[in-house]
Design a protein around this ligand. Structure first.
Ligand code: GLU
Length: 301
C-alpha cells in the first residue's frame, strides 16, 4: 500500500504544491503506507531544463523534511509500459481539433473540461485514411458512456461520465490520465492525494484503473492555495517558492511550520517537524476552504 506525490517539472514547486505534498506525506505516513515520489515529465521530455527543475523540486521536498521510499520514478523512462497498456485497451483514432470539439461538445464542466462527443468513434477506414493525410491522430479509449463514482475524503461521492478520453496525444506522448493510472496501478498506489483541480479527473481515472485490473485508490483532493488577491497561485506570484522565501529570510523550517498551521496541525507559537505531525493528522479535519498565502515575510514568523 502506498501514497505518492507526483509533480510535473514545469517550474519550481510553489506553496500550493508544497502544502499538498505535506498532506500526501502525512496521509501516507499516518496510515502506515509507503510514500513514493514520481516525476511526471512526459510533457517535458524535450525540455532540456526538466531534469534540473525536477531535481530542485526533490531538493525542496527534502528540505521541508519530507522523505520518500524507494527510487524516484521518472515517467519519461517508462514509455514502454504506457504503450503496452494502450495496446490492451479498445481505442480509436481521433482527428478533432480543440476547436472542433468545443463546437461539437456540450458546455464545459466547471473545470473547463468538455466531454468528448465521440465524433471520431465511428469513422470508416476510408475516412480515417483521408484524415491521416492532413493531421496526426490522437488515440481515445472507448468508454461506452460509462459512469463512475469515486469517494473523496473531503468532497464525498463524486460521480462523472467517463467520456472517450485521450490516452495518446497526437504528438505521440502518452496522455496524463493514462500515464498516471498505469503508474498508480504498477506502483501499488492505493491513496491519491493531490490538488482539487484534479477532482473531476478522478472518475475517468478510477474507471481506467479498473479497466487495467487495478483497485481504485482512496482519494483526497486538497483545496487549492490562493494568493493575496484570492487567485490560484501561479509562477508569477512573488514569494511562493522556497527559493523566494529564503531570499526574504524565511527558512524551510518556518515554511513547514506555516504550512502545518494552515492545515490546523500546529499552534501559533510552536515550531514543528513533519514527524511530529503524523499523530495529529486526520484527513477529515482538514480545512475545506482555500488558503491564502501570507503576503510578505512577516506572515511566516
Ligand atoms: N503531475 C500532476 C500535477 O503536477 C499531478 C498528478 C496527480 O497527482 O495525479 O499536477
Amino acid at each position: 500500500m502506498a501514497g505518492r506525490f507526483a509533480p510535473s517539472p514545469t517550474s519550481p514547486l510553489h506553496l500550493g504544491n508544497l502544502r499538498t505534498a505535506l498532506v500526501a506525506w502525512l496521509a501516507a505516513r499516518s496510515s502506515g503506507r509507503k510514500m513514493l515520489l514520481r516525476i511526471e515529465d512526459l510533457d517535458q521530455q524535450r525540455v532540456s531544463a526538466a531534469p534540473a527543475v525536477a531535481n530542485a523540486q526533490i531538493a525542496d521536498l527534502q528540505s521541508l523534511g519530507l522523505d520518500f521510499d524507494g527510487d524516484v520514478v521518472w515517467q519519461s523512462s517508462r514509455l514502454q509500459r504506457y504503450a503496452a497498456a494502450v495496446a490492451g485497451l479498445p481505442t480509436y483514432e481521433c482527428f478533432c481539433t480543440r476547436r472542433e470539439i468545443a463546437e461539437a461538445a456540450s458546455a464545459p464542466h466547471g473545470d473547463g473540461y468538455r466531454p468528448y462527443p465521440s465524433t471520431c468513434a465511428h469513422l470508416s477506414d476510408a475516412e480515417r485514411a483521408e484524415r491521416r493525410e492532413t493531421r496526426p491522430p490522437a488515440l481515445r479509449v472507448r468508454a461506452e458512456g460509462a459512469v463512475e463514482t469515486v469517494t473523496d475524503g473531503l468532497a464525498g461521492q463524486v460521480t462523472g461520465v467517463v467520456d472517450d478520453f485521450v490516452v495518446v496525444r497526437s504528438d505521440g506522448v502518452p496522455a496524463y490520465n493514462l500515464a498516471v493510472v498505469v503508474d498508480d496501478v504498477a506502483q501499488g498506489v492505493d491513496q491519491v492525494v493531490r490538488g482539487d483541480d484534479l477532482l473531476s479527473s478522478s472518475p475517468r481515472q478510477a474507471w481506467l484503473t479498473r479497466r487495467l485490473g487495478g483497485s481504485v485508490a482512496q482519494y483526497l483532493h486538497v483545496p487549492l492555495v490562493v494568493n493575496a488577491d484570492g487567485r490560484r497561485l501561479a509562477k508569477r506570484d512573488r514569494s511562493v517558492t522556497l527559493a523566494d522565501l529564503a531570499a526574504d529570510g524565511v527558512s524551510p523550517d518556518r515554511v513547514l511550520t506555516g504550512l502545518a498551521r494552515s492545515l490546523g496541525l500546529a499552534g501559533a507559537t510552536e515550531s514543528v517537524t513533519p514527524a511530529q505531525l503524523v499523530n495529529r493528522f486526520d484527513a477529515r479535519a482538514l480545512p475545506r476552504e482555500q488558503w491564502a498565502v501570507p503576503s510578505d515575510a512577516t506572515g511566516w514568523s
